[in-house]
Design a protein around this ligand. Structure first.
Ligand code: MUC
Ligand code: MG
Length: 378
C-alpha cells in the first residue's frame, strides 16, 4: 500500500446513529416513514483534521439489505481497525484496502469515502468536487417527492412549492395501491398542476412485468415524464423489454449500483436513464465511475437520493456536479423532508436549484448541540 511516512494518518473513525423526525409521513411502496435515521461518521486524522460523512437507508431493512445498525457495526468493528494508521490523503488506497476485507456494505463505504474526501478537501483548501476533477455545474435542479398518501394534500403541497419557486418537478411514489388507484392519483395531480410542472413516478419494484406492460401506457397518457424502477431489480431482461417497448423513458434505480451493473444494463439496453446515488456506489468516487460508463453507453444520468440529510446530500451534490452529464436533474431534497438536522447550515433549494458549496471539503459543519440532542445513544 502507498504510505509515505510524512503523510497525515487516520487516527480513528467514530459512527453515531441519529434519529430525526420528518415534516410529514412519507409513503413509499415498501414502507411509510415518519423519521429518518442518519449514521454520521467522524474521521479523525493525526494532522488535527476531521472529515465527516453520512450514510442513510429507508425504513430500516425495508428498502435494502443494510440497516443503520448494520452500517454502524460494519464501520466500528470491521472498518475502523482496518484503516487506523493508514495514509489519510488517499481515499482510493483506503477504499481498496477496505474492499479486500469487507464485501458489499456500500452504504458504510460511502460514509467513509465521503469523510476521507471532506478531510482531504479541508487539508488542501479545495471543495470536494475539485478532488473529483472539478465541477461541470455549480448548482443542481432538485425535484420534490409527493408521498403524503393523499392526492388533495399532495396537490396543495406541490402548489405551495411551485409558488415559492422551490420545485417544479415532482416525483410520485406509487405501487402501494392498485394500479388503477395509482393512475387516478397521478392523473389528478398532473391535471391540477398542468404544464408548468413535470411529473415522474417511482414504483420501487412494485409491479410485475405484465402489470408494467399493461399500465405504463396509462402513465404515459396521464402525462408522466419518466418511470423509475417499475419491476424487480433482478429482472434485467424484463426492464430491457419495457425500455424497448415504450417511448416513455425507463429509469433504473435499485437495479444499478456499480459500474459493472451499469455495463450490464447498458449492454442489454435495459435502461434509458440511471439514478446515481453515493449510497449505492460506495461514495462520490463510485458515482463518477458509474456515470462514466452510463455516459459512454448513451444512458442518461439522474442524481438520486437515499433520503440523506445535509451531509450526505451535499456529498452527493459534489459528485453530481463533477459528472460530465446530469441531464435528468436531481432529487436531493432529503434535508427538506427533515424537521431538523445536525448541521450548522442546512441545505436549501431556491429558484428550483441547490447550490454546490465551493468552500473547502464538503462545506458543511456539524452542530454539536444538535448532534448531542438527536443522537440515539445519549
Ligand atoms: C428511491 O427509490 O428513489 C428517493 C426519493 C424518495 O422519496 O425515496 C428515494 C428512494
Ligand atoms: Mg427510486
Amino acid at each position: 500500500m502507498l504510505n509515505s511516512s510524512n503523510q497525515p494518518r487516520i487516527e480513528a473513525l467514530e459512527s453515531i446513529i441519529v434519529d430525526l423526525p420528518t415534516i410529514r409521513e412519507h409513503r413509499l411502496a415498501m414502507t411509510t416513514m415518519s423519521r429518518q435515521t442518519l449514521v454520521i461518521v467522524r474521521l479523525r486524522c493525526d494532522d488535527g483534521i476531521e472529515g465527516i460523512g453520512e450514510a442513510t437507508t429507508i425504513g430500516g431493512l425495508a428498502y435494502g439489505d443494510q440497516s443503520p445498525e448494520s452500517i454502524k457495526l460494519t464501520l466500528d468493528h470491521y472498518i475502523n481497525p482496518l484503516i487506523a494508521g493508514m495514509d489519510a490523503t488517499s481515499a482510493n488506497a483506503v477504499l481498496a484496502k477496505v474492499d479486500q476485507s469487507v464485501q458489499g456494505n456500500a452504504l458504510a463505504k460511502s460514509a467513509l469515502e465521503t469523510a476521507l474526501l471532506d478531510a482531504q478537501g479541508k487539508r488542501l483548501g479545495v471543495p470536494v468536487h475539485a478532488l473529483l476533477g472539478g465541477a461541470v455545474r455549480h448548482s443542481l435542479p432538485v425535484l420534490w417527492t409527493l408521498a403524503s398518501g393523499d392526492s388533495a394534500r399532495d396537490i396543495d403541497e406541490a402548489k405551495q412549492l411551485l409558488e415559492v419557486r422551490r420545485h417544479n418537478v415532482f416525483k410520485l411514489k406509487i405501487g402501494k395501491r392498485s394500479p388503477q388507484a395509482d393512475i387516478a392519483h397521478v392523473a389528478a395531480i398532473k391535471n391540477a398542476l398542468g404544464d408548468q410542472v413535470e411529473i415522474t413516478v417511482d414504483l420501487n419494484q412494485a409491479w410485475s412485468e405484465a402489470m408494467a406492460a399493461r399500465f405504463i401506457p396509462d402513465l404515459q397518457a396521464a402525462g408522466v415524464m419518466l418511470v423509475e424502477q417499475p419491476i424487480a431489480k433482478d429482472n434485467r431482461r424484463g426492464l430491457a423489454r419495457l425500455a424497448q417497448a415504450f417511448s416513455i423513458p425507463i429509469m433504473a434505480d435499485e437495479a444499478v449500483s456499480t459500474p459493472a451493473d451499469m455495463f450490464d444494463y447498458a449492454s442489454d439496453g435495459a435502461a434509458d436513464i440511471v439514478a446515481l446515488k453515493i449510497a449505492k456506489s460506495g461514495g462520490p468516487l463510485g458515482v463518477v465511475r458509474t456515470a462514466a460508463v452510463a455516459d459512454a453507453a448513451g444512458v442518461g444520468c439522474y442524481g438520486g437520493t437515499l433520503l440523506e440529510g445535509t451531509i450526505g446530500s451535499i456529498a452527493s451534490a459534489h459528485a453530481f456536479a463533477a459528472c460530465r452529464k446530469m441531464e435528468w436533474g436531481t432529487e436531493l431534497f432529503g434535508p427538506l423532508l427533515l424537521k431538523d438536522d445536525i448541521v450548522v447550515e442546512r441545505a436549501t433549494v431556491a429558484d428550483f436549484e441547490l447550490a454546490v458549496p465551493s468552500t473547502p471539503g464538503l462545506g458543511v459543519a456539524i452542530d454539536e448541540d444538535k448532534l448531542a440532542y438527536y443522537r440515539r445513544d445519549k
